[in-house]
Ligand binder design. Structure first.
Ligand code: NAD
Ligand code: MG
Length: 392
């Protein structure tokens, strides 16, 4: 039996992961489930999956969960805080760690899993964006295995030759083509974008996701973060990654080869496919996803993205080109700006303005250790918050 920890179990990816795992009780055993504050959500999952550990990042929530489990007669150890998350990400008896916390909050537990040599099912792209070089070093030193969950990166992984870590040029790969749906506002003008609301931004045409990544999809920062993620996962540079708007979200990404071949991975837009792929790799298991009906899809469209309308995508390309701490600054400022937009405190088109302003005022640094990265992340958050306060 393979022991699995799910970090961020109550979120969209966490729920899909538990759905796939529950279809294969002979293969996988849930060792630990974690959440931030959702006591009821985690309690229900504990009842169904009977893990050994449940972790709530929030201390008060942990006390409430502990009481709730005790009253129900369930003996599950409740831990709390980052230490609790790190513990269940790295402990013996856990083979696979689903990293599905949203934002840089997932960095330390995901790093702990990498250092401990686990198979890391990586959904939490922000962790890699913030700490790319350090993270990949931890993977190597810990002997960990990374299986991408982000649908695009999972598709690229499926289309890559097995020895891609030797370097893309050596294995004949000329380009990675990352597809993007363009989100709910693909056809709106800059003027129309100014007045969009959080609920409109979260109504994605093809995917059901958490609110933060839904806003990122609408601004296309999600694709920007994914370009950075792809650079680290596939040992390449941003000039080899091309973003292709593909509104149907049926091709999840492609790999172009030196001989002119382009390999694509297709499927219905349902995260249970990449989750099942990463759980079972190199084998295949059933995921619960409906088979793709090509006649129903009928057509596949492609367009180039506009860097003027999607300024966040441009900022992300600039940040990875600048390197060092720039992606961490970009990510932190984005997290704060998106949270302010979701609270109704910032306009949609002000999101890239906040991020660009923070990047301009905070000098990027190279060769940052973990402590420096965390300090830079904190400083970028404070600056973003200040800009937003002054803007109101
Ligand atoms: P979500 O908001 O639905 O869930 C987030 C989970 O993280 C919840 O369980 C929450 O309790 C936990 N969490 C939040 N803040 C925390 C904190 N400070 N400490 C500890 N735990 C915390 O998010 P989601 O849509 O499931 O996305 C999770 C990650 O996966 C993100 O990094 C996202 O970019 C990535 N991802 C999601 C999708 C998708 O389809 N949802 C696709 C690709 C990648
Ligand atoms: Mg994605």
């Amino acid at each position: 039996m393979i022991g699995v920890t799910v970090l961020g179990a109550t979120g969209s990816i966490g729920i899909s992961t538990l759905d796939v795992v529950a279809r294969h009780p002979d293969k996988y055993r849930i060792v630990a489930l974690t959440a931030n504050r959702d006591v009821e959500g985690l309690y229900r999952q504990c009842r169904q999956h009977a893990p050994e550990y449940a972790v709530m990042a929030d201390g008060d929530a942990a006390c409430r969960l502990e009481r709730r489990l005790k009253d129900a007669g369930l003996s599950i150890d409740v831990l709390t805080g980052v230490e609790g998350l790190e513990h269940v990400a790295s402990m013996a008896g856990v083979d696979y760690v689903m990293a599905a916390i949203v934002g840089a909050a997932g960095l330390l537990p995901t790093l702990a899993a990498a250092r401990a040599g686990k198979r890391v099912l990586l959904a939490n792209k922000e962790a890699l964006v913030v700490s790319g070089a350090l993270f990949m070093q931890a993977v190597e030193q810990g002997g960990a295995e990374i299986l991408p969950i982000d649908s695009e990166h999972n598709a690229v992984f499926q289309c890559m030759p097995a020895d891609f870590r030797r370097g893309l040029e050596r294995v004949g790969v000329s380009r990675i083509l990352l597809t993007a749906s363009g989100g709910p506002f693909r056809t709106l003008s800059l003027d129309q974008l100014r007045d969009v609301t959080p609920d409109q931004a979260c109504a994605h045409p093809n995917w059901e996701m958490g609110r933060k990544i839904s806003v990122d999809s609408a601004t296309m920062m999600n694709k920007g973060l994914e370009v950075i993620e792809a650079c680290w996962l596939f040992h390449t540079t941003p000039d080899r990654i091309k973003v292709v708007l593909h509104p149907q979200s049926v091709i999840h990404s492609m790999v172009a080869y030196a001989d002119g071949s382009v390999l694509a991975q297709l499927g219905n837009p349902d995260m249970r496919t990449p989750i099942a792929h990463a759980l079972a790799w190199p084998e295949r298991i059933e995921s619960g996803v409906a088979p793709l009906d090509l006649f129903e899809v009928a057509r596949l469209d492609f367009e180039p993205p506009s860097l003027e309308r999607f300024a966040c995508l441009r900022l992300a390309y600039e940040a990875i080109e600048a390197g060092g701490t720039s992606p961490a600054i970009l990510n932190a400022a984005n997290e704060i700006a998106v949270a302010a937009f979701l609270r109704g405190k910032l306009g949609f088109t002000d999101i890239p303005w906040v991020i660009g302003s923070v990047l301009e005022t905070l000098p990027g640094r190279h060769d940052a250790d973990l402590e420096t990265l965390l300090a830079v992340d904190g400083e970028a958050r404070r600056r973003a918050e200040q800009l937003i306060r002054e803007r109101v």
